[in-house]
Design a protein around this ligand. Structure first.
Ligand code: NZQ
Ligand code: ZN
Length: 389
């Protein structure tokens, strides 16, 4: 295990009926609020009206940044940063999934960034400047953005999607009410859980030795997602299922299972190119890529970890090592299929291979997968994995 710092200060308010605490939380930062949300799910679910009742009682001055797209765009960040400047916003309040939270993080930082935000914020990849305080109300269990300092922003004109990390981007407070995820569609529920699993697997399949704590926690969280996703799909308002998925999403990417390890995330690097070129759902792209990536890198060196994955997660027993590993990979694929996830690129609208080489080059250029991956991946590996999808 390597040396690490673990200092994740987000104040988590987990559970139902906690929103009455929001006014008091907002007041610690000020009265002027930028409310950020997506395409309107919060209006359908009634959350929007509940928020305005609280804002009115609390004399908040609220400005809205609405219509944040999945795979949030730099143009929306620009608009939000401008609203913050014009309205002397004190606190940014994203109410939504990872896209809304990520966009809000970028807005909170870009309030203090001048000039071209794509060049001066996103392309830097790491941000050391100030940001407005961020308070989140999470409505979809997936990214872990509610308790980490990362945001992922897209430039659709340039077909580039990149992550930026900064300690000031860490939310100050996050409200995690599982009942706010009852209205998430089956498709987004499954995609979100595939993202959670991917965060765990990206950390788990890693070459740093001696990380038993992280690996055992990751296994426990993977088993939890595999247990509760089918239940959430069958009974969307099952509190236990939604609560376990929500807390798993947070713990999968707040550093708990990733600290103490070095390396690069292979499937995320490849998926970000799929999203940048084709604007697909992040978790679905990961579900499609992951079993193919696993099959591509399975060899004598990686076999022990894949064998452990098959035995611990999928309860594969009584087969020789390589066969055990292969069955584990197949079980992951079958699980995604059983949860209704489209498992090929043509099914998500990617019909031809015309961009694969460029996407392969960019996946390598935008990340360190070619020298720090669990198994290093070069352009030709990435293209071959895309072709297998
Ligand atoms: O826009 P609205 O109307 O809210 O609808 C959204 C959206 O269409 C809907 N939704 C969210 N909550 C809902 C709901 N629908 C009904 N009821 C609710 N309660 O779900 C759709 C997808 O939302 P989105 O926020 O895009 O999903 P997700 O949370 O999966 O976020 C994906 C984004 O996060 C990035 C991804 O790359 C992608 O851009 N990631 C962020 C990370 C981070 N910050 O650490 C790490 C991840 O690996 C990931 O890259
Ligand atoms: Zn992800």
């Amino acid at each position: 295990m390597e040396n690490f710092d673990f200092h994740v200060t987000t104040d988590i308010r987990f559970g139902y009926d906690r929103l009455d605490e929001l006014p008091q939380v907002l007041n610690t930062f000020g009265k002027n609020v930028l409310l950020v949300y997506g395409g309107g799910s919060i209006k359908k679910s009634g959350l929007y009206d509940k928020l305005y009742e609280l804002f009115n009682q609390n004399d908040n001055h609220v400005v809205e940044l609405a219509g944040v797209d999945p795979n949030p765009r730099i143009e929306t960040v620009q608009k939000g940063a401008q609203l913050c400047k014009e309205n002397a916003v004190d606190v940014v309040l994203p109410v939504g999934g990872g896209s809304v939270i990520d966009c809000s993080k970028a807005v909170a930082a870009c309030r203090f960034v001048s000039g071209n935000l794509w060049e001066n914020f996103v392309l830097k990849r790491s941000y050391n400047g100030p940001a407005l305080p961020i308070v989140t109300v999470l409505t979809l269990a997936a990214t872990g953005s509610e308790m980490n300092g990362t945001c992922v922003i897209s430039n659709m004109d340039a077909q580039i999607k990149l992550g930026v990390h900064g300690t000031s981007l860490l939310p100050k407070v996050s409200f995690l009410d599982p009942t706010n995820t009852y209205s998430v569609s089956s498709y987004q529920t499954a995609a979100g859980s595939a993202d959670i699993l991917s965060h765990l697997m990206e950390n788990y399949f890693n070459a740093t030795p001696g990380t038993e704590v992280q690996d055992e926690i990751a296994e426990g969280l993977m088993k939890t997602v595999i247990k509760y996703l089918p239940l959430a799909l069958k009974e969307p308002d099952n509190y236990t299922a939604r609560a376990n998925l929500m807390w798993a999403s947070t713990l999968a990417l707040n550093g708990l299972v990733g600290k103490g390890k070095s390396g690069s995330w292979s499937c995320h690097a490849m998926e970000h190119e799929l999203s940048a070129f084709y604007d697909i759902t992040h978790g679905v792209g990961l579900a499609i890529l992951t079993p193919r990536w696993m099959a591509h890198i399975l060899d004598d060196d990686t076999l022990p970890k894949f064998q452990r994955f098959a035995e611990e997660i999928w309860d594969v027993k009584g087969e020789e090592a390589k066969r055990t590993a292969e069955i584990g990979i197949q079980k992951l694929y079958d699980f995604f299929v059983s949860c209704g996830i489209p498992m090929t690129l043509p099914e998500v609208g990617i019909q031809t291979e015309e961009n694969f080489e460029e996407m392969g080059q960019r996946a390598v250029a935008h990340s360190s997968i070619s020298n720090q991956g669990f198994v290093p991946l070069h352009e030709e590996d990435v293209v071959s994995i895309y072709r297998a999808c």
